[in-house]
Design a protein around this ligand. Structure first.
Ligand code: PEP
Ligand code: MG
Length: 557
């Protein structure tokens, strides 16, 4: 019995908390690679064909971006720039000069770039799929065939694909696509980012989904990261009830975050660019709990100027008059390298010169960022809080808060993402004005499991009681020092875990704006005393799975 159930479940990384059911429609596999037969047209004619095709693809990507707007537009414009990248153009021209066909020259030049990106790993590695998509589109145009795209079986469906190109994800018809399952791609791939933004029920990196058949019925449970095949009637009904409950939460009034007894728990947004502010406000965000400034500059080779930064921060702060906005200074390194801050090769970049360590090694950049933040603060009405990433010691806390206050930052705090700072939170919070717990990195470092590595993904679970215990340390330290303790890692977006986190002492929760409705609804179900009981039940467990089920049981008592 158990074996049968296990064999009907395909696992991957769930994006968001949705659940959906429907028949599978598979995306066509990419067209076969062009052959290396010599061109019969001559280099000049091939060059003219390629130039036309590249320009047409770039314009089409821009047009799709304009139609989609938001984060999708940025991604598609970046892809259009990739298509017309002058270095790639030189590489293609060199191959044409050797007598290759346009199709092969494009394929081969893009493939060599792709390999370089993949070798860089992390955020840049996950851009490889975007580059592949551009190459496929140019080659399809050269061949005079349509670019590979989303199928249209004539009824709503669960889309199963190797990975989706941003151009496809951006314009998905959400009345038709019930859910998305990809066999490749990780939680930071563009498919995941855009699925999160559009609240599409999605599971990425579900390697065994290659075996799903066209038309077969599946349940896609993003909260559990599981695709269930051959679902029973009871399973389908349960999934439908959950989908209905989510829909009800999504249409509930946008009240401020609070527990059943009225205890306030401000619900804040995690943002990576000022443009995200409008949607966050529309979804009821009471402010910003984490603004990831490094996301603004991931593709820059040079440090941003004070003016550039002031403009971006002013735009952000202006969207939240009278509200709290927590900005994190640049968190460069590991999965988010910035060329102007991380230039040395490191064997273990997650344990290297990253976060506050990298900023300290280039203190001018930190000083300029604080200058820009103070200027944006002076020009706007928001309540600006500034924090430093990857703080590991009391001394680093003094260093950062001291410097920030020198620049006139009124509220200076730290992120708790390293176990050492959770354990010494009582001393860190004597000086820091607040702490914000980054559960993504705190889990990675507590369980010694790289957050980007699929093979150790089962360790990357913030429900682990060791992680919960560290969070309790910080919650207790916050209460003892009268200082706020926020949560801004992905854990805050899990509704039941959000209740546990409040029970452990978190005073605010920050998450992707699309998660706000579910968390708001979950908090309203429990008083603070109940939240503490639920947290105690989770803490008493031996592992993450038992902590989750102990909390579930305690929550339904
Ligand atoms: C975290 O580590 O939980 C966090 C919020 O920071 P980031 O995900 O940007 O590393
Ligand atoms: Mg982090």
């Amino acid at each position: 019995m158990t074996e049968q159930i296990v064999s009907r479940e395909l696992r991957g990384v769930g994006i968001g908390l949705g659940v959906a059911q429907g028949p599978v429609a598979r995306m066509a596999e990419p067209a076969p690679a062009p052959s290396d037969a010599p061109s019969t047209l001559g280099a000049d004619e091939e060059q003219a064909r390629v130039t036309d095709a590249v320009a047409a693809v770039a314009r089409e990507l821009e047009a799709r971006g304009l139609q989609a707007g938001g984060a999708a537009q940025e991604v598609l414009e970046a892809q259009a720039m990739m298509a017309e990248d002058p270095t790639l153009a030189d590489e293609i021209a060199a191959r044409l000069a050797q007598g290759k066909t346009g199709e092969f020259a494009v394929f081969d030049a893009f493939a060599s770039f792709r390999d370089q990106l993949t070798a860089m790993g992390g955020y840049l590695g996950e851009r490889a799929a975007d580059l592949d998509d551009v190459a496929q589109r140019v080659i399809a145009r050269l061949r005079g065939v349509p670019a590979p795209g989303v199928p249209d079986p004539g009824h709503p469906f669960v889309l199963v694909a190797k990975d989706l190109a941003p151009a496809d994800t951006a314009l998905l018809d959400l009345d038709k696509v019930l859910a998305l399952v990809t066999t490749e791609g990780g939680p930071t791939s563009h498919t995941a980012i855009l699925a999160r933004e559009k609240s599409i029920v999605a599971i990425v990196g579900a390697t065994s989904a290659t075996g799903l058949r066209e038309g077969e019925m599946v349940i896609v449970d993003a909260a559990a990261g599981v695709v269930t095949t051959e679902p029973t009637a009871a399973e389908l009904e349960r999934a439908q009830n959950r989908a209905d409950a989510r829909a009800a939460a999504a249409s509930a009034p946008l009240t401020d975050g609070a527990l059943a007894d009225g205890t306030k728990v401000p619900l804040l947004a995690n943002l990576g660019n000022p443009e995200g502010a409008t949607d966050a406000v529309a979804l009821g965000a009471e402010g910003v709990g984490l603004f990831r400034t490094e996301f603004l500059f991931l593709s820059s080779n040079q440090a941003p100027t004070v003016e550039q930064q002031r403009e971006a921060y002013t735009k952000l702060l202006a969207a939240f008059p009278g509200k709290k906005v927590v900005v994190r200074v640049l968190d460069a390194g590991a999965d988010k390298p910035l060329a102007f801050l991380n230039d040395a090769h490191e064997e273990n970049p997650a344990l290297g010169l990253r976060g506050i360590r990298a900023l300290r090694a280039s203190e001018d950049i930190l000083r300029e960022q604080l200058t820009a933040l103070a200027e944006a603060d002076a020009a706007t009405e928001a309540d600006l809080w500034v924090m430093a990433p990857m703080i590991a010691t009391v001394e680093e806390t003094h260093y950062f808060t001291g410097l920030a206050r020198d620049y006139g930052i009124k509220t200076a705090g730290v992120m708790v993402e390293v176990p050492s700072s959770a354990l010494l939170a009582d001393r860190i919070l004597v000086d820091a004005d607040f702490a914000s717990i980054g559960t993504n990195d705190l889990t990675q470092y507590t369980l010694a499991a790289d957050r980007l590595l699929g093979s150790v993904a089962s360790f990357q679970d913030p429900w682990h009681p060791a992680v919960l215990r560290l969070i309790r340390e910080v919650g207790d330290a916050g209460a003892a020092n009268g200082k706020p303790v926020g949560i801004c890692g992905e854990a805050a977006a899990d509704p039941l875990l959000a209740v546990v986190l409040v029970g452990l002492g978190a005073t605010s929760l920050s998450m992707a704006p699309t998660a706000l409705a579910d968390v708001r609804a979950a908090l309203l179900q429990h008083t603070i005393a109940e939240a503490r009981d639920i947290a105690s039940a989770a803490l008493a467990a031996n592992d993450a799975a038992s902590a989750r089920s102990a909390a579930q049981q305690a929550a339904t008592r």
